[in-house]
Design a protein around this ligand. Structure first.
Ligand code: AMP
Ligand code: MG
Length: 409
């Protein structure tokens, strides 16, 4: 891994170097499904049985034997019984017979087809089918959803609510997940204090610690808050040493720019190894990444927007890997630019934007002044707009690529 500041690294190259440096957390534990959601599967899980386990009716109607339907409709059949969900019909059906059947009920072994009730008329025990029926119609064969032995979850996959539903449907109530890594977060800066306290001259409130912790809440990690640490070596050494003992990864913000009172960088270098990069990225030019004896270290920029963008684009995939997963590619959606977008060639940039669907077409507009201190640029934003490094200003109506913050849920 390079340890220079002169070479400017593209975001993707920095990400590749970081991912190569991070070891997934070892071990696994068996947890109930509800607890497993959002965790990473420690092992692949295969279906223990066919789903559905028996031939099941997809409709309300009548189950019959297709070979009993000779010639052209209508067909006369004799009603021999009922199969309802959870209450199978067990006796044999004689030739020319049928049974009443409901959605989800087992189709008896000696019948093969379900006709919908709308195509039938019933008079006592006499059922008249007015239409032709295709053999096997409206029957879900065993294993239609998944066959016994089929893959339900790959090792390293993030377990979704849908996966949990599929596992439960397959009769599985526990799953082996990777342990949750502990992530320590602290802010550095003599000017910082926590919201709720009274600011003195030249002081500002800490935005980054809370935001970073909340952004990571969607990942299966335990956050440990180490507060605000002053710009001086002894405090930073004390907190970093403690956090290194207690955490798998440490995130700090502030104090990594060139010419900063750079105690974080000095102490990380002294306790472990520091890789400080100038990223070809806006916002988020300075980034420190390194290794302490036990943990991986990220020194994010102090400007809140820079801290957020680097957390989303670098820390998130790094954590996915640490958690034992495969780092995911952000969902990228093309949209037509509304209004102007200013960009100087040289650095890849992420601006905040508002995506709207108008007349069936996605449009995106930049949310005003994009300075890296302005959390206001996130107000009403629902995406990042990814601007390639070589691009110049982008004209209204051009296609740009957006990374939506949220999807369906
Ligand atoms: P630094 O990276 O420490 O040089 O900080 C860059 C800018 O971000 C300065 O204006 C800092 O005051 C500001 N800043 C640093 N940390 C925070 C924080 N946790 N919350 C809000 N602003 C911050
Ligand atoms: Mg600072």
């Amino acid at each position: 891994m390079t340890q220079q500041y002169d070479t400017a690294l593209d975001l993707n190259d920095a990400l590749t170097a970081i991912l190569a440096d991070i070891e997934p957390i070892a071990g696994s534990s068996l947890v109930p499904l509800a607890q497993a959601v959002a965790g990473y599967a420690a092992r692949a899980v295969d279906a223990p049985m066919n789903l559905p386990p028996f031939p099941a009716s997809a409709m309300d109607g009548y189950a019959l034997r297709s070979r009993d339907l000779q010639g052209a409709p209508p067909y006369e059949l004799v009603l021999e019984g009922t199969s309802a969900a959870g209450h199978p019909h067990t006796s044999p059906t004689p030739p020319g017979g049928c049974i009443r059947i409901f959605t989800g009920a087992a189709v008896p072994d000696d019948l093969d087809t379900v006709v919908i009730q709308e195509n039938c008329s019933v008079d006592g025990a006499r059922v008249t089918l007015h239409n032709a029926a295709e053999g096997g119609a409206n029957v879900r064969p065993p294993g239609h959803d998944v066959r016994a032995g089929g893959r339900l979850i790959e090792a390293g996959a993030r377990i979704s609510e849908f996966d949990a539903g599929w596992l439960a449907a397959s009769g599985i109530d526990q799953v082996a997940v990777r342990p949750q890594p502990t992530v320590g977060v602290f802010s550095t800066g003599d000017e910082l204090l926590d919201a709720g306290s009274l600011p003195g001259p030249g002081q500002i409130f800490d935005a980054n610690r809370l935001t970073l912790a909340l952004l990571l809440r969607g990942l299966p990690v335990q956050i440990r808050d180490y507060g605000i640490v002053a710009d001086e070596a002894p405090s930073i050494r004390r907190v970093l040493t403690q956090a290194d003992r207690e955490c798998h990864m440490i995130l700090t913000s502030g104090g990594v720019s060139v010419g900063d009172a750079d105690w974080v960088k000095a102490v990380v270098g002294e306790l472990g190894a520091l890789h400080l990069w100038k990223l070809n990225l806006k916002p988020g030019k300075p980034l420190a990444y390194g290794r302490l004896p036990q943990s991986a270290f990220f020194g994010l920029p102090g400007n809140p927007v820079s801290a957020i963008v680097t957390a989303l684009m670098l820390v998130r995939p790094a954590l996915e890997r640490l958690c034992g997963g495969t780092p995911s590619q952000p969902l990228t959606v093309p949209a037509l630019l509304r209004g102007e977008l200013h960009h100087q060639p040289g650095r890849e940039e992420f601006q905040r934007g508002t995506l709207t669907l108008e007349d069936g077409t996605l449009h995106v507009a930049v949310t005003g002044d994009q300075s890296s201190n302005r959390l206001a640029s996130f107000a009403r934003a629902n995406c990042l707009i990814r601007i390639p490094k070589d691009s110049g200003d982008i004209a209204p109506g051009a296609t740009v690529f957006t990374l939506p913050f949220r999807g369906l849920f």
